[in-house]
Design a protein around this ligand. Sequence first.
Ligand code: AHG
Ligand code: MN
Ligand code: MN
Length: 334
Amino acid sequence: MNTRKPTLGEFIIENQASFSYSSGELSRLLNAIRLAAKVVNHEVNKAGLVDLFGSSGDVNVQGEQQQKLDVFANTTFIQALKNRNIVCGIVSEEDDDFIKVDCIDNNNSSKYVVLMDPLDGSSNIDVNVSVGTVFSIYRRITPIGSPVEMEDFLQPGINQVAAGYVIYGTSTMIVFTTGDGVNGFTLNPAIGSFYLSHPDMKFPETGSIYSVNEGNYTHFPVGVKKYIKYCQMDEGDRPYTSRYIGSLVSDFHRNMIKGGIYIYPNSTIHQDGKLRLLYECNPVAFIAEQAGAKASNGYQRILELKPKEIHERVPFYCGNTAMVEKLESFLLDK
Ligand code: AHG
Ligand code: MN
Ligand code: MN
């Protein structure tokens, strides 16, 4: 029996036929992400040695301090996507406006747009804690060959063709879905290849972890406060365990493997929540649903929200279906 694990490259080629509207373009796009992930991984791993820790001195459109690795990851992913003539537009957390990609080499025939958070959890860089990259891929709406428009990016999450994340952790992984389950690939740094280590990832049947920044507790909606108290109650399978890294990618990844709920509510500090719908919540929600879990803004399915602007924020509750539904019931119970 051949038990060798396929590489990400082999997996993409083998599964290309099952990708919707497959023409090889999506495969090449995923390959570009794989390449950029390796480059960023290399920099993240040596950040302490080459003066990549700390702030770049700039502030992004959302008023947040950009870290040097935010800027490096942003440039690396944009270059990898642009150089291969495989996308017609990009939205990044680090850029105010969407980027139109001009592909003269292929008469602008690219049909995909990518939305991304090039470095998630960047406040954790300086302290050697896991960070990530999140990406979301759509087919454009406007005609192929013309410059991309805002409407190409403001699509509901249900239109996603593929989505995933890279986690630069104790090992580096790429986890993604093309709408046919979730697969995780671990980088063997000695060889430089990602291998299929986590096929068909699913949330466990039940969860017992809640992940929330409890420092903001007094500012949370009443329903969320009640849910947190419910998690802490000594009753049935509770109290649950609290785990919060402060990197969405890492917190979600752990909860998908161990079972749990991720909570980032709206609050008196963050009126609409903190996480961005298009390049944090939608891709993670797509993966969550494909792994048998649920993602909600408390009242509606994340993937059905119609975005109004590219950097829009939403409250985010994501994890085991029963846990998310319990939280929703507390929000409705005025
Ligand atoms: P980013 O580094 O891309 O700005 O994202 C940080 C996000 C997310 O990864 C994390 O879960 C959340 O911010 C943490 O926020 P708090 O520090 O407010 O808990
Ligand atoms: Mn982020
Ligand atoms: Mn970021």
